[in-house]
Design a protein around this ligand. Structure first.
Ligand SMILES: Cc1ncc(COP(=O)(O)O)c(C=O)c1O
Length: 418
C-alpha cells in the first residue's frame, strides 16, 4: 500500500517506524489541509453567525454528521453526536441514561478486555446505583469466554455463545468492545448482542468501536446495537473529536449531558427547554476544526477502502507472527488470538525477564515506536497475571519492512539482556 507519501510526519522523520496506531494514528495531508483551510479561510463559530464564513463552517460541520452517518450506516445524521472522543461518548451514555435506567439490584455487564473508557464508567454507575457489576472473562485463546473456542475454528462450525450465565432479565446494560486494544481480539459483537436481546429484549447495548472504526466496516443497523462510540484520532483524524451514535428514540428520551449555549431551545428565569437531538448533547462551542478534519479522514479512508486496509493489516499481522515465531519463539509470549479472522492488526507480547518499558526504550533507539504498559486495560493485565506488556499495532502506512525492522529490533533487545 503506497500511502506513506501522504503522511508528512515521514518527511520530518524518515527513519520512523510507527507501530503505535492503536494509541493514535498519524495524519495524512488532506486532513491537515482541511484543518488549516478552516482556520485560515473560514474560522467562524457555527450555528449562530448570519454571515458567509459562519454559514460555511456550519455547513461543513453538519455535512460531517451525514458523512459519519453513512460511514456507520446510521439511519439518520440526527443520531450522530460529536464528542471529544470515545471516552466522552461512553461517559455521556453512562451519566445520562445510566441513572435513569439502572437501580439497585439491576446488573451491568461488561468484559475483562475493555479499555478503562468502557469499564470504569460502568463500574462507577454500578457502585453509585447499587447495581451488580458483572464482567465476562476470556478463555485461553484470548477470546470472550462466552464463545466456545473449538467452535470458532474448523470450517462449518457454529459460533456457540452461552450468555445465559451472565445476562439475565435484570441486566440493564451490556457494554462491549468490538476489538480489544490489547489482545487485538475481534469480538463477535453482532452475535453476542442478538443472543443478549433474546435473553433480555430490554437490555441496552453499548459498543466501543475505538479500535474497530479505523480498520473495519461498521454497520450499526447490522450490529443492532443501541449505542456505538469511536474516536477521530485513531482513524487519521484530529485529536479531541469523537462520535457517539445512538438510537434516536433513546437519545430523545435521555436528559442533556451538559448545559450551556447551543443545546437550548428557550431559556427564561423560570425554566429552560432543550434543543432536539443531536444538538441537545452538544453544549458550547464544539471542536469545529476537529469535526471538519474528521470528515477529511473518513473521505481519505473511504477512497482507499476499508476492506483494502483490513487486508493489508491482516497480511502484516500474519507476516509479523511468522517472523517473530521463527526468530524469537523462545523469548516471546504472545497475548492474542492465533486465528487471523479474529485478530486485528495488533501484536501484544512479553519477553522473558525483560520489562516492557526496556523493550520500548531499546526499540526507540532504533526509531521504532511501540507501546509498553497496561494500555488502559488493567483488569485484563491482572487477569493475564502480568503487570504490563508491549504492543505493536499496524495501520495502512506500515509495510513488511517495518515488520522486519521490528524483528531485528527485538533480536537486539534479547541480545542486550542475555
Ligand atoms: C478500545 C478503546 N476504547 C476506548 C479508548 C479511549 O479512546 P479516547 O482516548 O480517544 O477517548 C481507546 C483508546 O485507546 C481504546 O483503544
Amino acid at each position: 500500500m503506497n500511502v506513506k507519501k501522504d503522511f508528512p510526519i515521514f518527511e520530518a522523520h524518515p527513519e520512523l517506524i510507527y507501530l503505535d496506531s492503536g494509541a493514535t494514528s498519524l495524519k495524512p495531508q488532506p486532513v491537515i489541509d482541511a484543518i488549516v483551510e478552516y482556520y485560515s479561510t473560514y474560522s467562524a463559530n457555527i450555528h449562530r453567525g448570519l454571515y458567509k464564513i459562519s454559514e460555511k463552517a456550519s455547513a461543513e460541520y453538519e455535512e460531517t454528521r451525514s458523512v459519519v452517518a453513512r460511514f456507520i450506516n446510521a439511519p439518520s445524521p440526527d443520531e450522530v453526536i460529536f464528542t471529544h472522543g470515545t471516552t466522552e461518548s461512553i461517559n455521556l451514555v453512562a451519566s445520562t441514561l445510566g441513572p435513569e435506567r439502572v437501580t439497585e439490584g439491576d446488573e451491568i455487564v461488561t468484559t475483562v478486555m475493555e479499555h478503562h473508557a468502557n469499564f470504569v464508567p460502568w463500574q462507577q454507575l454500578a457502585f453509585n446505583t447499587g447495581a451488580d457489576f458483572k464482567v465476562i472473562d476470556i478463555n485461553d485463546h484470548f477470546e470472550l469466554s462466552v464463545v466456545e473456542k473449538s467452535d470458532r475454528r474448523g470450517e462449518g462450525h457454529q459460533l456457540v455463545i452461552d450468555l445465559k450465565r451472565v445476562i439475565t432479565n435484570k441486566t440493564k446494560i451490556l457494554a462491549i468492545t468490538l476489538v480489544s486494544n490489547t489482545l487485538g481480539t475481534i469480538n463477535p459483537v453482532k452475535e453476542i448482542i442478538a443472543e443478549a436481546k433474546k435473553i433480555n429484549p430490554r437490555i441496552i447495548t453499548v459498543v466501543d468501536a475505538a479500535q474497530a472504526a479505523p480498520h473495519n466496516v461498521i454497520d450499526v443497523q447490522d450490529l443492532e446495537c443501541d449505542f456505538l462510540a469511536f474516536s477521530g484520532h485513531k482513524m487519521l483524524g484530529p485529536t479531541g473529536v469523537g462520535v457517539l451514535w445512538g438510537r434516536k428514540q433513546l437519545l430523545d428520551s435521555m436528559p442533556p449531558y451538559q448545559f450551556g449555549g447551543d443545546m437550548i431551545n428557550e431559556v427564561s428565569l423560570e425554566k429552560t427547554t432543550y434543543a432536539k437531538t443531536p444538538h441537545k448533547f452538544e453544549a458550547g462551542t464544539p471542536h469545529i476544526a476537529g469535526v471538519i478534519g474528521l470528515k477529511a479522514a473518513i473521505t481519505y479512508l473511504q477512497q482507499i477502502g476499508l476492506d483494502k486496509i483490513r487486508n493489508h493489516e491482516k497480511e502484516l499481522t500474519m507476516y509479523a507472527g511468522r517472523w517473530l515465531n521463527d526468530e524469537l519463539s523462545d523469548a516471546i509470549t504472545f497475548y492474542g488470538p492465533r486465528h487471523i479472522e479474529f485478530m486485528a492488526g495488533i501484536i501484544t507480547f512479553t519477553m522473558k525477564g525483560i520489562h516492557p518499558h526496556d523493550i520500548a526504550q531499546i526499540l526507540d533507539e532504533q526509531h521504532i515506536a511501540v507501546r509498553a504498559g497496561h494500555h488502559c486495560a488493567m483488569p485484563l493485565h491482572t487477569q493475564l497475571d502480568i503487570p504490563a506488556s508491549t504492543r505493536a499495532s499496524f495501520y495502512l502506512y506500515n509495510s513488511e519492512e517495518d515488520v522486519e525492522k521490528l524483528v531485528e529490533g527485538l533480536k537486539k533487545v534479547k541480545k542486550t539482556f542475555s
